[in-house]
Design a binder for this molecule. Structure first.
Ligand SMILES: [Zn+2]
Length: 263
């Protein structure tokens, strides 16, 4: 996947100046995606005096822990997201939690689209940043697809749409399901390479902002292995986190054509 990153990064044009010029709405499928995918960009925008709104779409309850109730996890993850956003200079009243069930977003597609439309009507963001359709994770796919549908239908108030990759950098997003054999490996490589070729990738320089981005991510303690008694989740592995601390954050520009023709 490092090769995939380098391949996408090599072709990405630097849009640091262009992308700090306007405010935005960041749609994060889970608490932590806002920081992983666009933490550096958000710091840039805030430093330039732009408004940034964050909407966390699911409740994050899938991070199970033996000694915590579901409500306890949801509250903890919301608190972590508010702390992380504060580190990115986004105040608590600019962070919303939409409360869809973690892991089952795809079952609420119509309600999700309605909620995004009303959010956009309320906030009128000039730009929207959303996770990439190529992320592979089912909640990420459901959210990216909802935004692509709305964009193709012209229901996002004319906002420019950018996707930010998260699970895109995990090979499981590309390997065909149940094919962990050599054929699956080759098919996965081919699919990832094809996606990389078709992307309209741009980059934002975050060289001087990585420390603050790390501090923001550290606020999501439950996601980096800091939750005692966690079951089914040992935290995001450091080798995966490396993808988010290169000198550049990468984004994919979505045009209405791409929205109609998913990768
Ligand atoms: Zn996520």
């Amino acid at each position: 996947m490092r090769r995939l990153w380098r391949r996408v990064a090599r072709r990405a044009t630097d849009c640091s100046a262009e992308l700090t010029r306007r405010g935005c709405l960041v749609l994060a499928p889970h608490p932590d995606d806002e920081t992983l995918g666009c933490g550096g960009l958000v710091i840039h925008k805030r430093a330039a005096g732009q408004q940034v709104q964050v909407a966390v779409v699911t409740d994050g309850a899938a991070t199970g822990a033996a000694n915590m109730t579901r409500e306890g996890i949801v509250t903890l993850r919301a608190r972590e997201a508010v702390a992380a956003c504060a580190r990115l200079d986004v105040a608590e009243d600019h962070v919303q939690f939409l409360g869809f069930p973690d892991g089952a977003l795809g079952a609420h597609a119509a309600a999700l689209e309605d909620r995004i439309v009303s959010l956009v009507a309320e906030l009128s963001p000039p730009e929207i940043f959303v996770c990439a359709l190529g992320d592979g994770h089912r909640d990420h796919v459901a959210l990216a697809q909802a935004v692509r549908n709305l964009h193709a239908q012209g229901r996002l108030g004319g906002a420019a749409v950018w996707e930010y990759p998260v699970w895109f950098w995990d090979f499981r997003s590309w390997r065909p399901e149940k094919a962990s054999n050599k054929a699956g490996f080759i098919a996965g490589l081919r699919k990832a390479g094809q996606a990389a070729r078709n992307l309209n990738a741009v980059a934002v320089d975050i060289k001087d902002l990585k420390q603050r981005k790390r501090e923001a991510l550290a606020c999501h303690r439950s996601q980096i292995g800091g939750l005692e008694g966690a079951h089914s989740w040992n935290g995001l592995p450091p080798s995966f986190l490396d993808f988010f601390f290169h000198d550049r954050e990468l984004f994919f520009k979505l045009d209405a054509q791409a929205a109609r023709n998913p990768q």
